[in-house]
Write a protein that binds this ligand. Structure first.
Ligand SMILES: *Cc1c(COP(=O)(O)O)cnc(C)c1O
Length: 437
């Protein structure tokens, strides 16, 4: 099986090229040519399966024969070495906690899987691989942790100066080793544009073996489908008959992965996209016209995206039929003040501490159920995308309590930040890349 570009102006490629190129030359995004299916009896027998076993079945359905099964199994097992528990919140809701990986955010799934897969592809190569990644907050930490110490791979992370939390910044500026942080005097969209330009620059690509680690990379997307299937199975084990997933969204990689999980045969009833004030998708959903905007800063900063890349993949999955998309996805957006109220509500009523992103997810499923009252047996699952300890400056004053900071995060705080400050231009990035020692 090969992978095509959503813009259809570039040749189809194999898995290795899709993962190593990251972005096709026509500026589209790679998608699998034929999306497979889980085995016929999968859901009858899956109750006995562990999370890594479920993940392997999902990876096989999505990647098919593009990688030998034994190699794929090993990549999955090394990447998925932490749990994603489903926690009940009241009668008809639950939270799927994707916050138990090394950087305490769901992006650990994608970053770890991609790091394993890229290491696999460069294992016999002579040229050093440079991974370029733009982060709006959590990607950088997850990618840094995922690739830390990887042989023959160097990681360069671009992040918007003063627009991410102190802890997020520590996660990407204190590891050293093969990880370098570039502090960009601009927005996340500037960072993302700079990375995209780097991939389109023939001169640069001739001199450096470049790859990307954003949610645009197929190797980031595939492992995010794992936990939808696992979450669905946990919900069913807990008695649910039907499951609606609500996804706090920014660049829409996470939601796109949910659509893939559905496409390979997981009987997910519906999806809800929850946005903050960066509501370009909500607008598109309502008007059928997509207009990109500059992002605005909110409390859920990892979702501050004004031009979500993965919209291309979503439109591709629905063959640009907005009616079909509306049938399966609802969309809502929420203000920062509603987000803070939701954090308080979750804590006061359910003793649950949520980060601002997760709180937006809770608001999304709540709004959906207000408009579509759940039937008996319907469970609304919102995704917890980051641990509250990553956003202490917001969570603690809001909940008027202290949050226990997990040990691996606490020890980064004491370390010294190391970052290279750059203006938000491609020239600055290119100059840096060609002149670093
Ligand atoms: C990245 C991120 C999101 C948004 O996910 P997308 O795949 O970009 O839609 C939401 N919450 C947190 C904590 C994140 O890090």
């Amino acid at each position: 099986m090969l992978f095509y570009s959503t813009k259809h102006q570039s040749p189809k490629v194999n898995l290795r090229d899709a993962v190593m190129l990251g972005l096709p030359p026509d500026n589209g995004l790679y998608m699998p040519e034929k999306i497979g299916h889980l085995p016929d009896n999968f859901f009858e027998t899956a109750d006995q399966l562990s999370f890594p076993e479920i993940a392997f079945a999902v990876a096989q359905a999505l990647l098919q024969d593009t990688i030998p099964a034994d190699d794929l199994r090993q990549i999955v097992e090394q990447a998925i070495n932490f749990d994603a528990p489903l926690v009940s919140i009241g009668d008809n809701m639950a939270c799927l906690e994707l916050t138990h990986g090394p950087s305490l955010a769901f992006k650990d799934f994608g970053a770890r899987f991609m790091a394993q897969m890229m290491s696999y592809f460069v294992r016999n190569s002579t040229q050093r691989l440079t991974i370029l990644v733009a982060t709006s907050g959590d990607t950088g930490g997850a990618v840094a942790q995922g690739f830390l110490g990887a042989d023959n791979i160097e990681v360069i992370i671009l992040y918007p100066s003063k627009k991410i939390s102190e802890l997020q910044e520590k996660q990407l500026t204190t590891l050293g080793n093969n990880i370098t942080a570039l502090e960009i005097e601009g927005t996340f969209d500037d960072c993302q544009t700079m990375v995209k330009q780097a991939f389109l620059d023939a001169d640069l690509r001739q001199k450096i073996l470049l790859s990307s680690a954003n949610s645009i990379n197929l190797a980031r997307l595939v492992p995010q489908a794992f936990y939808y299937v696992y979450g669905y199975l946990q919900a069913r084990r807990q008695g649910a008959k039907s499951v609606v997933f609500c996804v706090p969204s920014g660049n829409f990689g996470n939601l796109t992965a949910g659509l893939l999980a559905q496409k390979i045969g997981t009987p997910i009833e519906h999806f809800v996209a929850a946005n903050n004030a960066n509501d370009v998708f909500t607008d598109y959903h309502r008007t059928a016209i997509f207009t990109a905007r500059s992002s605005v800063k909110t409390l859920s900063n990892a979702m501050d995206v004004g031009n979500p890349s993965n919209l291309q993949r979503m439109q591709d999955l629905y063959h640009n039929d907005i009616e079909a998309l509306r049938q399966q996805i609802s969309a809502y957006s929420f203000s920062d003040s509603a987000t803070l109220d939701a954090m308080k509500h979750l804590y006061q009523h359910y003793n649950y501490m949520a980060c601002p992103h997760t709180a937006v997810g809770y608001l999304g499923i709540k709004s959906y159920f207000e408009e579509n009252p759940p039937q008996e047996g319907t469970l609304g699952v919102f995704l917890a995308t980051a641990h509250p300890a990553k956003f202490l400056d917001i969570v603690e004053p809001t909940l008027e309590t202290t949050v226990l900071v997990p040990e691996n995060l606490a020890k980064l705080v004491a370390r010294q930040k190391e970052a290279i400050l750059l203006p938000p231009t491609f020239e600055a990035l290119k100059n840096y890349l060609l002149n670093r020692s």
